[in-house]
Design a protein around this ligand. Structure first.
Ligand SMILES: *Cc1c(COP(=O)(O)O)cnc(C)c1O
Length: 343
């Protein structure tokens, strides 16, 4: 990675792009008269949100001990996935590399941007085979490698993450949507070492804020500047920005909820282990279980009949359903149905 220069990877038109600048967000004194954005002077939500999200980034910078210039905030990490693909991948020309199975949105945004998706089939423990990775990088060219760790829908973390970051000739995105549930260290600690690394985190899962739509990218200042250049100026609304700041100011609610989800995960696992309809409960570092049933189709339909929604992964992962940890009441309902189902 000694010869790494980001500009060789960025699309030409993106390099030429001038960011949209809201001058009031650069500097506006407390009592400024704001007649620049055609807003209404009335109402509680009448102003456009801070396009630089500086207060929120300030809090995040302090919380994560990372410079503000290395943080970009998105309308969920989904938006950041979309922007990353747009920044680096030329439509109809470039490709992305993904794990298979993994999070579907990488392929979804690649398809919208008309980029090919090269898939690395995981081994039976859902790990990336290093030889397959090396073969894929020698045989094909891709610009961005999405590594999901812990991986959705398999639940496991990727072993030897650094090997892949070090040996990939492009941008590596480590999607850490479930990192708070895991005992593994975040890849954030590797940011200083690898200029090709982007770490994605989100407030949608452990933080319980999926409805607020806030995701965060951590990367080099150069990459963050690119993301800030292409993002919609007002991509994160002001109510969400305020909500997240409030959450970050008092961690106690987050800690309490995380603890209770982790406890409930243990309870649910013990209950699942006793069920006859289940073949395998895969190890997981996330807030969900990938479960192989003896007859997934029957189980999935029996649950639906009781209005219990789960995520069927068959046929891609044969006989498997992904089920996340809910409240005790929800988990108990799930177990009751699974106990009585005839399969
Ligand atoms: C849920 C999830 C996300 C979160 O997306 P948001 O847009 O932040 O809600 C990102 N990546 C993975 C792998 C996920 O499972």
């Amino acid at each position: 990675m000694t010869t790494f220069t980001i500009n060789n990877l960025v699309r030409e038109n993106i390099l030429q792009l001038q960011p949209y600048i809201s001058y009031r967000d650069q500097k506006s004194p407390e009592n400024a008269v704001l007649l620049d954005a055609n807003e209404s002077p009335f109402g509680t939500c009448n102003r456009y949100p801070d396009s630089t999200q500086s207060k929120l980034k300030n809090k995040l910078a302090e919380y994560k001990n990372i410079a503000q210039q290395c943080i970009a905030v998105g309308n969920g990490s989904d938006e950041l996935i979309d922007l990353i693909i747009k920044i680096f991948c030329e439509p109809k020309k470039d490709a992305i590399l993904v794990m298979n199975p993994s999070f579907a949105m990488y392929g979804f945004y690649a398809a919208i941007n008309e980029n090919e998706v090269i898939r690395l089939n995981l081994d039976r423990n859902f790990e990336i085979r290093k030889e397959d990775f090396i073969a894929a990088t020698e045989k094909t060219v891709s610009k961005v490698f999405f590594i999901c760790s812990p991986n959705n829908p398999t639940g496991n973390s990727v072993d030897d993450l650094e090997f892949f970051i070090r040996n990939y000739n492009g941008i590596v995105v480590v999607d850490e949507a479930y990192i708070e549930f895991s005992e593994r260290k975040s890849a954030l600690r590797l940011l200083g070492k690898y200029p090709n690394l982007i770490v994605l985190q989100t407030f949608s899962k452990a933080w319980g804020m999926a409805g607020a739509r806030v995701g965060v990218a951590y990367a080099s200042e150069e990459i963050i500047t690119l993301i800030n250049t292409v993002k919609a100026p007002y991509n994160v609304n002001s109510i969400s920005q305020e909500l997240i700041i409030t959450m970050l100011e008092d961690e106690s609610l987050f800690n309490k909820n995380l603890r209770s989800i982790l406890d409930e995960k243990e309870w649910l696992k013990r209950e699942l282990m006793n069920l006859e309809c289940i073949d395998t409960v895969y190890p997981t570092d996330a807030n969900f279980f990938l479960i192989r049933f003896n007859n997934a189709e029957t189980i999935y339909r029996a649950l639906l009949t009781e209005n219990i929604f789960t995520s069927k992964r068959a046929p891609q992962i044969p006989q498997c359903i992904r089920i996340n940890v809910g409240s005790r009441e929800e988990n108990q309902k799930l177990i009751n149905v699974l106990k009585n189902v005839k399969s």
